[in-house]
Design a protein around this ligand. Structure first.
Ligand SMILES: C[S@@+](CC[C@H](N)C(=O)[O-])C[C@H]1O[C@@H](n2cnc3c(N)ncnc32)[C@H](O)[C@@H]1O
Length: 223
C-alpha cells in the first residue's frame, strides 16, 4: 500500500505507520528502493503529525482501535485544507465467522478464561462516520461493499475460514490461553465445529466467505 502511494506521488514525503515491528520490517523491505518513504513504529491511538499532512490513508487497521467518535475527527484535523482522509476497515462483525468467536468464548467450557476478551464491534454504522466527520470536512463519502472471497482449500486440510480468522480476530484469544497448547487446540476445535456448519466447503474444497468492508473518503476543511 505504502509503495503504491509513494509511486503515485513521487514528490511527496510518505510516512508509513504501524505498531508492529514485524509488519514494519516487511514494509521497509518492500519499499527499500523508494527514496521518499520512511516508516515509524507508532501507536495510531496517539499519533499526531507536527504539521498538517495532505493525505491520511489507512487500510485495514483502525478497526483495532477503540473510540472512533474521537479518533476519526482527530485524524481529520491532522489533514490540511483540501487534503483527504481515506480509510478502509472490515465491518464483518455480524458475520458467522465473528459471532462464533463470541459464542465459543462465552460457552460454559471457556467462559471463565475467555469471556472478558469478547468485545463489541469497534466499527460503527456508516452514518456515524458521516456525522463525526462532517463538521471538519468539505465532503464526506461513505460506502460499504460485501464481496465474496473464495478461500482456497489448504494443503494442511484446515478449514479456510478458520485459518483466516486464526491470523486475525482469534489472536488475542490465543494470547490469553498462553502456553496451554491443549486448551488452544480445544478452543480452536470448538470454533471449527461452528464454522464448518456456517461455511460449507465447495466441491473443490474451497470456501465462499462473504466479507463486508466500510470505506470513508473525506476532504478536510480547516476554514
Ligand atoms: C490487517 S493489518 C493491515 C496492515 C497494512 N495497513 C496493510 O494494509 O497491509 C492491520 C495492522 O494494524 C496494525 N495495528 C493494530 N493496532 C494498531 C495501533 N494501535 N497502532 C498502529 N498500528 C496498529 C497491526 O500491527 C497490523 O499491522
Amino acid at each position: 500500500m505504502t509503495r503504491l502511494l509513494a509511486r503515485r506521488w513521487p514528490g511527496a514525503a510518505v510516512v508509513g505507520i504501524d505498531n508492529s515491528e514485524a509488519m514494519l520490517s516487511k514494509a521497509r523491505a518492500a519499499a527499500s528502493d523508494l527514496a521518499n518513504v520512511r516508516f515509524e513504529a507508532r501507536d495510531l491511538a496517539t499519533v499526531s503529525p507536527e504539521r498538517s499532512v495532505d493525505v491520511v490513508y489507512s487500510n485495514a487497521a483502525l478497526h483495532w482501535l477503540p473510540d472512533h467518535a474521537s479518533l476519526f475527527p482527530r485524524l481529520a484535523r491532522t489533514v490540511a485544507d483540501g487534503g483527504v482522509l481515506a480509510v478502509q476497515m472490515p465491518r464483518n462483525f455480524d458475520a458467522p465467522s465473528h459471532v462464533a468467536v463470541a459464542e465459543v468464548a462465552t460457552s460454559e467450557r471457556w467462559r471463565a478464561r475467555l469471556a472478558t476478551m469478547v468485545r463489541a464491534s469497534p466499527v460503527a454504522a456508516p452514518e456515524a462516520y458521516f456525522r463525526w466527520l462532517e463538521p471538519h470536512c468539505a465532503s464526506v463519502d461513505v460506502w460499504e461493499t460485501i464481496y465474496l472471497q473464495r478461500l482456497a482449500a489448504r494443503d494442511d486440510g484446515e478449514h479456510p475460514v478458520v485459518a483466516f480468522v486464526s491470523g486475525t480476530w482469534l489472536l488475542p484469544f490465543f494470547d490469553r490461553l498462553g502456553d496451554d497448547v491443549e486448551a488452544r487446540r480445544n478452543f480452536l476445535g470448538d470454533y471449527r465445529e461452528r464454522i464448518a456448519r456456517a461455511y460449507p466447503r465447495e466441491p473443490d474444497g474451497s470456501t465462499l466467505f462473504p466479507f463486508r468492508r466500510l470505506f470513508v473518503v473525506a476532504v478536510a476543511r480547516t476554514r
